[in-house]
Design a protein around this ligand. Sequence first.
Ligand SMILES: Cc1cc2nc3c(=O)[nH]c(=O)nc-3n(C[C@H](O)[C@H](O)[C@H](O)COP(=O)(O)OP(=O)(O)OC[C@H]3O[C@@H](n4cnc5c(N)ncnc54)[C@H](O)[C@@H]3O)c2cc1C
Length: 490
Amino acid sequence: MTNHAVVIAGGGPTGLMLAGELALARVDVAVVERRATQALAGSRAGGLHSRTIEVLDQRGIAERFLSQGKVTQIPSFTMLPLDLSDFPTRHNYVLALWQERIERTLAAWVDELAVPIYRERDVTGFSQDDGGVDVALSDGRSLRAQFLVGCDGGRSVVRKQAGIAFPGWDPSVSYLIAEVEMSEPPAPGIRRGDKGVNGIGPLGDGKRMRVVLVEQQLRQGDEPTLDELREALVAAYGTDFGVHDVTWLSRFTDATRQAAAYRERRVLLAGDAAHVHSPTGGQGLNIGVQDAVNLGWKLAQVVRGTSPESLLDTYQAERHPIAARALRMTMAATALNRGDERTNALRETVSDLLKLDQPRKQYLGMISGLDICYDLGAGHPLLGRRMPDLDVVTADGPRRVFTLLHEARPVLLNLGEPGALDAASSPWAERTRPVDARDVGAWELPVLGAITAPAAVLIRPDGHVAWVGDGTDEGLHESLSKWFGSPRRG
Ligand SMILES: Cc1cc2nc3c(=O)[nH]c(=O)nc-3n(C[C@H](O)[C@H](O)[C@H](O)COP(=O)(O)OP(=O)(O)OC[C@H]3O[C@@H](n4cnc5c(N)ncnc54)[C@H](O)[C@@H]3O)c2cc1C
């Protein structure tokens, strides 16, 4: 039997991001992945939202994605493009990039970090005891790990075997999605039908089109037929446009479910394994990658023994509400996408509201992930929110705050008297990176606006602020202990 500290079931976007995070924290992690390569049967997710690009920037790898993608706007509930360009972030846009490119880029990073990936085999089951988890593979081998993380998608074997309930809502509508050629392709665009929105657009290779079509009857099952595709085209457009050379044809629904628990002792869930919903709003991949960034450093500290297992409970406490609100948003969007007269009236009313500044910001804050605030108690508005990527001047010269997070270690950023926090933080010197800096940027948070400049901040490896100083070190020890373990541990 081969041992690893952590085994990840599934090397999709979530599993790969988590593998990278654990490897940066020097944890012995391995991934088990069914597919031989990152090749995907179809295009699936089409982009990255601001906060996801920011978390990649925090690790110094955002440019790898930006160089391949195209900057675009965010569609609203009603397909009305909304402008994010006034948001205080370096990444105030959506990056259009197909999922396969995203996965290949993450896989290349994980490969550089020397994470082993056991390919072309499944995790088929596991058993856990007080000391670890035995993970069974489809090739007859097994792996022993301290923790198993199920990043194995919506039909997660890990979730099912852990006996974790997956409550939610059955689908109300199904869509066909296909990559095709057409003898007489229509102009790209969307067309609203009674049950939802149809869309046809170029795939970018000059020949093929991506087609998304609402079905007149709710159907389930992954293997729709060409006849069903033609039928849906005729229902929506009155013609099938001479569709041929179908290279991918699949079906998705608006089934909406969320795992009742993200952890069952030594087994955790992240990404689609923990939550599924309609793709409208482009949330799934983004939330999965951000789940991984929230979980990675916590799991690393528990594996190393510097933090107690209870730190893992904060993963569910912080991330479950984020997916829950995405589920609610996608259900609302599905309802608003129907085409009957009363829904049209409702959609126009919501559209009018979203033209107002504050509702627009509120909505875009949620979709982009920039408004996320973990409940770390009352205090300065930065507490629990993501640290902005300010330009600061350190002893080593000018830096962006995100560059200080590249190693995925906590940063104690002192913006007051140099050395003011040294004594208070010294018992944690091995675990945190103290940086004295002069702040040269303006303090402004997405949705909230301008805030008072803090004297110091303790930034977790995921970029969220765990403590805000007011010129004293009050509360710093408690926060360091809570998030990075008592100095006596480990
Ligand atoms: C049509 C469509 C459009 C979408 N558009 C967007 C979008 O624009 N933006 C967005 O953010 N999201 C979008 N999504 C959702 C997005 O594709 C998913 O949320 C995302 O892929 C989830 O990533 P994951 O790593 O959690 O799971 P998955 O991508 O499902 O990855 C799971 C991995 O585990 C492997 N696996 C499964 N079972 C096992 C096993 N037992 N053992 C070993 N390996 C296993 C699989 O091969 C796979 O590689 C879209 C989805 C669809 C269907």
